[in-house]
Design a binder for this molecule. Structure first.
Ligand code: 5GP
Ligand code: ZN
Length: 139
């Protein structure tokens, strides 16, 4: 069971029955739809595996979401093999902070996980927030 990127760049499932359910979830996911180009987004970076775009309801002058192009529901679903992907999410966020001109004064990176963690969109994403003083209190 697993995932693959087809030649047309759509996410396809290379496994069996259990996978079909996952494909349907991924099809409905708003961030998967942004990856597929079905929903417009202000894209600021992309490579083969990652996409970064501006948050639709920014909570700071700079508010960018960095996501894996493949559907991963949350941190809770990550496997050890995806550790490198997560590391690259952070490196891309760091590079974007420089590009956005917020690196000098500092910025916040945040990942919400699950309902009590404040996660609303069930597709792993890293928030890059900058351009204003962040609250000292988290939560
Ligand atoms: P969460 O609360 O899940 O950590 O954050 C989800 C974020 O996604 C929110 O900040 C929300 O404004 C953003 N968001 C939700 N739907 C869309 C969308 O369709 N386009 C963009 N660009 N951002 C979205
Ligand atoms: Zn998704």
């Amino acid at each position: 069971m697993g995932w693959a990127i087809s030649k047309t760049k759509s996410v396809i499932c290379v496994g069996k029955a259990q996978c079909i359910k996952r494909v349907k979830m991924a099809e409905r996911c708003v961030f998967c739809r942004i990856v597929a180009g079905e929903i417009p987004a202000d894209i600021v970076y992309q490579d083969e595996d990652l996409l970064a775009f501006r948050d639709i309801m920014p909570q700071a002058p700079t508010h960018v979401l960095i996501i894996p192009k493949t559907h991963i529901t949350s941190v809770a679903e990550l496997t050890e093999r995806q550790a490198n992907l997560v590391g690259r999410l952070i490196i891309v966020a760091r590079n974007l902070a420089k590009k956005e001109g917020v690196a000098g004064k500092g910025y916040r990176l945040a990942i919400n996980c699950g309902p009590e963690g404040g996660q609303v969109v069930p597709h792993l994403h890293l928030h890059l927030l900058g351009g204003r003083q962040m609250d000292a209190k988290l939560g």
